[in-house]
Write a protein of this length. Structure first.
Length: 132
């Protein structure tokens, strides 16, 4: 869990909690909750001044020893609407991973669409990931 508490305003500004279950080494499912109270950033209000409460569900299914399929959905509890989703197929080697992922992002206020995406990602174990 990650939390930010404002002792001057005596309020929780944001938190993120996630619970995961991995029945096997290759398979997992997790459910999370995100809460974000808007705060002033310079002359602008973070998140357009709106309180954000989201539920997140993601899972990964191992298709065999090298291949896995993953998906994630982010649901706005405020707007009763899906904010974003993604899905992807990955090949996992001992030293590297390559994956193709696609999905749809929505803007912070869930009323404005941020657009769809598709990407190719290369991950080197212990070094990092790069995607286009």
């Amino acid at each position: 869990a990650a939390n930010r508490y404002d002792p001057y305003e005596v309020e929780l500004e944001n938190t993120a909690v996630r619970v995961s279950l991995s029945p096997t080494k290759r398979d997992s499912i997790s459910v999370g909750y995100h809460y974000n109270q808007p705060s002033a950033v310079g002359n602008m209000m973070e998140n357009n001044g709106a309180l954000l409460e989201d539920a997140v569900v993601d899972s990964r299914v191992g298709l065999n020893e090298q291949w896995s399929w993953s998906q994630e959905a982010n649901y706005s509890l405020n707007q009763s609407n899906i904010k974003s989703w993604r899905t992807g197929l990955a090949y996992i080697h001992q030293c590297w991973t390559v994956s193709v992922e696609g999905g749809r992002n929505l803007a912070h206020d869930t009323d404005n669409h941020g657009g769809g995406f598709i990407g190719l990602f290369l991950g080197l174990k212990g070094i990092g990931d790069y995607g286009v």
